[in-house]
Design a protein around this ligand. Structure first.
Ligand code: ADP
Length: 251
């Protein structure tokens, strides 16, 4: 078929493009609903089964069993919170709430708070942090650091290591999160910031995520007019590099 090279041709192209975009959106919505229902159903079924076994007297309601039910409830709560965060940061009304923040302290505190997960896997976290005091949205950037750090921990095998550095360069702040974990294939790197995208469902099954962590990260960084880059090699490790422009004063 010959393509028309005039205005009508252009119009056809844009209609085709719009139709494609619309069906992508529809497909994404369906994928969204099915992945959310899947993620919620599994822990819910397990909570229900365990509670029923205790109600029916098949299981004695001891601390261990109650704890395991509680863990599933916590997992569910985390999932719902992630969804809520996604909706929040996705909305265009989202505004930056700037305050003066010591970036090195912020990173250190978040690492300490997540140390439990790293220790469980015997993962060593190494810092290299310059003293940096700048204006940014503390809550939102905290969310970026939490998400990138928790990914680095989740996708790194026992005994691995994570390197976190922060410094100023050419009017920007740069924050690196480097791990020697499971890495990602090159062809996935274009998609990981899309919502509900996970490199490999089977390997991600036990991590408790639903593929929105990096979507949230990207939208927060966009709000700050920064950028995020990723380098990764399968079975070698990944590095996420955040660049944020330095805002000296509140305008
Ligand atoms: P999830 O909740 O699945 O972790 P994210 O949006 O945070 O969702 O990440 C999307 C996907 O990118 C993950 O499912 C995982 O496959 C991949 N990924 C993210 N961070 C890393 C990392 N540090 N190492 C290897 N793979 C990663």
């Amino acid at each position: 078929e010959k393509k028309r090279n005039d205005e009508l041709g252009e119009l056809c192209d844009s209609i085709n493009y719009m139709a494609q975009e619309l069906s992508n959106t529809e497909q994404m919505k369906n994928e969204f609903i099915s992945s959310v229902s899947h993620e919620l159903r599994t822990p819910l079924t397990s909570v229900q089964t365990h509670l029923e076994a205790m109600i029916d007297g098949i299981w004695e309601p001891n601390i261990e069993r109650l704890n395991s039910v509680n863990e599933e409830v916590i997992r569910l709560t985390n999932l719902v919170n992630q969804l809520k965060n996604l909706a929040k940061f996705d909305s265009e009304k989202s505004k930056l709430n700037l305050s003066e923040v010591k970036v090195d302290n912020l990173i250190k505190n978040i690492v300490y708070n997540n140390q439990g997960n790293a220790l469980e896997k015997n993962i060593n976290i190494v810092f290299d942090l310059e003293n940096i005091k700048v204006y940014l949205d503390k809550d939102k950037i905290s969310q970026v650091i939490v998400n990138l750090l928790s990914n680095a921990i989740r996708y790194t095998n026992n005994g691995g290591s994570i390197y976190v550095s922060a410094y100023k360069e050419n009017g920007n702040i740069k924050i690196h999160f480097k791990d020697n974990g499971i890495g990602m294939p090159k062809e996935s790197l274009d998609y990981i910031f899309e919502r509900f995208y996970r490199v490999d469902e089977s390997r991600s099954k036990y991590t408790g995520g639903i593929g929105v962590g990096l979507t949230i990260v990207k939208s927060i960084i966009d709000l700050h007019k920064g950028k995020i880059e990723v380098e990764s090699e399968l079975n070698k490790g990944s590095e996420f590099i955040v660049t944020l422009p330095i805002i000296d004063k509140i305008k």
